[in-house]
Design a protein around this ligand. Structure first.
Ligand SMILES: *Cc1c(COP(=O)(O)O)cnc(C)c1O
Length: 374
């Protein structure tokens, strides 16, 4: 962002709902899109613009729209691009509310979704319908950390003329840049690793100009805009994204190694752990494994509940991507709205525990996990 007359080093905060016009002519030109400038903070604001610009540089995107939450971004993207009669293909393991939008809300407007088996991408050819317009994916998936081959998917989307949207929340652009593999749009919940400190809710969608223009039209008029204050926080957070992600990954690798060796663990999932069934793919498309580890505890739901109740230092919460490590039991919390069949199809068993590894000393994290096995 450009300095103001005060030559401040840190970006100032523009808490203003509207902006003034120098003249009748300038106001006319701004509204006619003949001139660039701010009119009203539902449309644009210097703080949200700074956040969007930085995210576009990180993801290699043309332009973007910042939103009040990750979900406002997901909905803005789908509602902004799709129309009655359109068909979506989506990966099976999706963030809970994304699943609810596709399964419960979009059908009200005649938009249908088919879920794809992400471990067998060749089967996707048979899911294409004449009205299929968009492919929506999450990789790594939440909470199971399954991966989808982005290079293969980019080619598949292009061959079938589909808009490819990737929710890149778990990886962040520091570890994975889906547009390199042919994604048209990249979606983020900025609430997670982008803020990284558990302070604010927000989201962003970036990608190809023509698609962003359509999403911006939808967002301008329906109003899911990000607040300038949260945009300011996220912009500041991006200055530390790389160092935070490296430490998240260092700690997560140690936690994955510890769990892998523990007799109370049936299996551990971490993209860059050699035991991950898609380890080779993870090495190809992710720079490092990310900040989330999940594992299957021996002894099912009872043992999982005991484990959660014994946690002392770490936080029991449903969020992720915080400086502080968070332990979650997806089957009874974040993914409890899914039917048991949907949970099974998404690989969420009753003994699955998700650890969003934070930035504490790794020995402290491991010590707390170790004692929680009892
Ligand atoms: C949290 C999350 C979202 C939703 O973001 P909010 O900021 O909570 O609205 C979407 N996708 C993924 C993968 C998430 O983890």
């Amino acid at each position: 962002m450009r300095d103001t007359n005060h030559r401040e080093h840190s970006s100032p905060l523009y808490l203003t709902s509207s902006f003034t016009f120098e003249s009748a002519e300038e106001a006319r030109a701004l509204f006619a899109n003949e001139r660039e400038g701010n009119i009203y903070s539902r449309y644009s604001n210097p703080n949200t613009d700074e956040f969007v610009e930085k995210m576009c540089l990180l993801e290699g995107a043309d332009d973007g729209v910042a939103t009040a939450s990750g979900m406002a971004g997901v909905f803005g993207c789908l509602a902004g691009l799709l129309k009655q009669g359109d068909h979506v293909i989506a990966s099976r393991s999706l963030f809970g509310s994304t699943h609810q939008i596709l399964a419960q809300l979009l059908p009200r407007w005649g938009i249908t979704t088919t879920y794809a088996d992400t471990l067998n991408t060749e089967s996707w050819h048979s899911l294409i319908q004449p009205n299929t317009r968009l492919l929506f994916l999450e990789t790594p998936s939440n909470p199971g950390l399954d991966l989808i081959d982005l290079e293969w998917t980019g080619k598949f989307a292009k061959a079938h003329n589909l808009i490819l949207v990737v929710d890149n929340c778990f990886a962040t652009p520091w570890l994975q840049q889906p547009m390199e593999f042919g994604a048209d749009l990249v979606q983020h919940s900025a609430t997670k690793f982008i803020d990284g400190q558990g302070r604010a809710i927000g989201g962003i969608i970036v990608g190809r100009q023509s698609l962003i223009d359509e999403i911006r039209f939808f967002a301008r008029h329906t109003g899911p805009s990000l607040s300038p204050f949260n945009a300011w926080l996220f912009s500041k957070s991006l200055e530390t994204l790389a160092v935070r992600m490296e430490r998240h990954c260092d700690n997560a690798e140690k936690v994955a190694d510890f769990l892998h060796e523990h007799p109370g663990v049936e299996y551990v999932r971490y993209p860059h752990h050699p035991s991950h069934p898609q380890y080779e793919l993870a090495k190809r498309q992710m720079k490092r494994g990310g900040g989330v580890v999940c594992f299957q505890i021996r002894g099912g739901i009872q043992k999982a509940s005991l484990f959660i109740d014994r946690i002392q230092m770490l936080s029991l919460s449903a969020n992720l991507g915080d400086t502080r490590t968070i332990v979650t039991h997806p089957a009874t919390t974040t993914h409890s709205k899914l039917t048991p069949e949907e949970r099974t199809a998404s690989g969420i068993s009753d003994g699955l525990i998700r650890i969003a590894v934070g930035l504490e000393h790794p020995d402290d994290i491991i010590q707390d996990l170790d004692q929680a096995f009892g």
